[in-house]
Design a protein around this ligand. Structure first.
Ligand code: HEM
Length: 149
């Protein structure tokens, strides 16, 4: 009898464990939480609208190759958020080398991306996770800029 009770207890425990596991939310990547491919595309487009609205940022983006920028930024956001893409663009220091920008431009760019994520419906925790990754790129992006104050 004690033996049977023991088996029942073990069985009950295993079932409980399985149910608990089944009710846990699935692990999702940041990329998925940003809406995957379509979400990232929307974020990039929203970002460009933000740039267009910014007197500080707009002049720097006036003469860029827009289709290329959209593709490369989308690849990069996808890769750093754990998505299936590989960034095929240029090195961050080389891309931004010689650009007349300082920390105000960097902050405005990060703010523009935050607003772009907000408008795309990305939750605040995921926005913050993404901002952490962008902030970590500050050194590479700003290394060889002209940085007039
Ligand atoms: C974390 C911050 C930043 C990230 C992740 C980022 C990312 C990128 C990427 C992926 C590209 C495309 C590279 C390629 O074409 O191969 C690019 C280009 C560019 N970025 Fe940034 N960028 C950042 C900050 C900034 C800032 C602060 C500015 C100026 C306000 C800026 C202005 C530009 C411009 C004008 C281009 C186009 C360059 C060209 O086509 O000649 N970026 N950036």
């Amino acid at each position: 009898m004690a033996f049977l009770m023991g088996r029942k207890t073990v069985l009950g425990f295993v079932c409980g464990l399985l149910l608990a596991c089944a009710s846990q939310p699935q692990q999702t990547t940041l990329y998925q939480r940003m809406g995957g491919e379509a979400g990232v595309r929307t974020i990039v487009d929203n970002f460009l609208y933000e740039v267009g609205d910014s007197a500080l940022l707009r002049p720097l983006f006036n003469d860029i190759d827009l289709p290329r920028f959209r593709t490369k930024l989308a690849e990069q956001l996808c890769e750093i958020s754990g998505g299936p893409c590989r960034y095929s663009g240029d090195n961050m220091t080389e891309v931004h080398a010689g650009m007349a920008m300082n920390n105000r431009h960097f902050d405005a760019t990060v703010t523009a991306l935050t607003r772009a994520m907000e408008a795309a419906g990305v939750d605040v925790a995921s926005q913050n996770a993404m901002l952490k990754k962008l902030a970590a790129m500050h050194g590479d992006v700003m290394r060889e800029t002209i940085a007039p104050e």
